[in-house]
Design a protein around this ligand. Structure first.
Ligand code: GDP
Length: 297
C-alpha cells in the first residue's frame, strides 16, 4: 500500500507526542528530528526536508502551541498543514479549451515510467468528462508501443491515430491535429517516445514537436518508485522542454513517498494525477490534502 513505511514511522512519532500532555521546546525539537529522519528515509529531497522542518518548527515552538491543552495534537496539525502546502495546496486541473476548440496535450517520460498506460488512462478520464479525445502514436522507435497504445485506446473506446514507424513524430502530430479538426476531436493526446535515460535526442524531439505544433499542455509521467530519480527527471524535463505538470505512476507500490512530497517543491510544477495500479481505471486526481492525510494516517 502507498506510503506504508513512512506512515508507520510518522504515526509512532505522533503517538509519543500525543501521549506527553505538556510539551517542552526540547520535546518538539526531538520529535521533529525524528520526523526529519523519517522523511529522509522516505527519499524526500534533502533541501525540501530542511525547509519543511524549519517551517513546522517556527510555527510549533510558540506560546500558542505550548500553552494549549493538546500541544501534541497542535504540532501534528501543523505538520499536516505544511505537508499539504508542500504538495501545492490546491488540486490542479489540466486546462482544456472549451467547446470544439482543440487542446493538444504532449505526454513525455522515460521508458517504463508508465507513459503509454497513463496516456490511455487519461483519455478515459477526458471521455468521461464529455470530451472527444484522440490518442496519437508518436513513438516511432518501438512498434510495440504503438500496438500497446492501440490496444489500450480500444479498451477505452478512444480512437488511436497512427502512421507507423516511418514518419517523423512532429509530422505525425501535425497530421493527427488535422485529422482531429476534420473529425470533431477536441482533445489530442500525443504519446511520445521514451528512452531509458534522459538524453539529448529525446529532449530535442520533444522540443521539435513543441516548436512546430501548438502544444497546450506538456505532461511528464514519472515512476514514483524511483524516488529522487523521478524528481531529477522532472527537473531536467522542466529545464529543457518545459512541463506544465506531472503524473506520478505506481504510487500503489511506493511505500516511501519521496517523489510525491518533493516534486512540487523542487520543480514548481504540480502533480496532476497519480497512478494507483495497472488497470486503465487506476488513475486518481491528485489532492494534496487527501495525500497528506494518507501519509499521516
Ligand atoms: P512506458 O514505457 O512509459 O510507456 O510504460 P508502460 O505504459 O508500458 O508501463 C510500464 C509498466 O508499468 C506496465 O507494466 C504498466 O502496467 C505498469 N504501470 C503503469 N502505471 C502503473 C501504476 O500506476 N501502477 C502499477 N502498479 N503499474 C503501473
Amino acid at each position: 500500500m502507498a506510503f506504508d513505511s513512512l506512515s508507520e514511522k510518522l504515526q509512532n512519532i505522533f503517538k509519543n507526542l500525543r501521549g506527553k500532555g505538556r510539551l517542552s521546546e526540547a520535546d518538539v525539537k526531538a520529535a521533529l528530528k525524528e520526523v526529519k529522519l523519517a522523511l529522509l528515509e522516505a527519499d524526500v529531497n534533502f533541501k525540501v526536508v530542511k525547509q519543511f522542518i524549519k517551517s513546522v518548527e517556527e510555527r510549533a515552538i510558540g506560546q500558542d502551541v505550548m500553552s494549549s491543552l493538546t500541544p501534541g495534537q497542535m504540532v501534528i496539525k501543523i505538520v499536516n498543514e505544511e505537508m499539504v502546502s508542500l504538495m501545492g495546496s490546491e488540486t490542479t486541473e489540466i486546462a482544456l479549451k472549451p467547446g470544439s476548440e482543440i487542446t493538444v496535450i504532449m505526454m513525455a517520460g522515460l521508458q517504463g515510467a508508465g507513459k503509454t498506460t497513463t496516456t490511455a488512462k487519461l483519455a478515459g478520464k477526458f471521455k468521461a468528462k464529455g470530451r472527444k479525445p484522440l490518442l496519437v502514436a508518436c513513438d516511432v522507435y518501438r512498434p510495440a508501443a504503438i500496438e500497446q497504445l492501440t490496444i489500450n485506446g480500444n479498451k477505452q473506446g478512444v480512437e488511436v491515430f497512427s502512421m507507423g514507424t516511418n514518419q517523423k513524430p512532429v509530422d505525425i502530430a501535425k497530421a493527427a491535429i488535422a485529422h482531429a479538426k476534420n473529425n470533431d476531436f477536441n482533445t489530442v493526446i500525443l504519446d511520445t517516445a521514451g528512452r531509458l535515460h534522459v538524453d539529448e535526442d529525446m529532449m530535442n524531439e520533444l522540443i521539435d514537436i513543441k516548436a512546430n505544433v501548438s502544444v497546450d499542455q506538456t505532461i511528464l509521467v514519472v515512476d514514483s518508485m524511483t524516488g529522487q530519480d523521478a524528481v531529477n527527471v522532472a527537473s531536467s524535463f522542466n529545464e529543457k522542454v518545459g512541463i506544465d505538470g506531472v503524473i506520478l505512476t505506481k504510487l500503489d507500490g511506493d511505500t516511501r513517498g519521496g517523489a510525491a512530497l518533493s516534486i512540487k517543491a523542487v520543480t514548481g510544477k504540480p502533480i496532476l494525477y497519480v497512478g494507483m495500479g495497472e488497470k486503465l481505471s487506476d488513475l486518481e486526481q491528485f489532492y494534496p490534502d487527501r495525500m497528506a492525510s494518507r501519509i499521516l494516517g
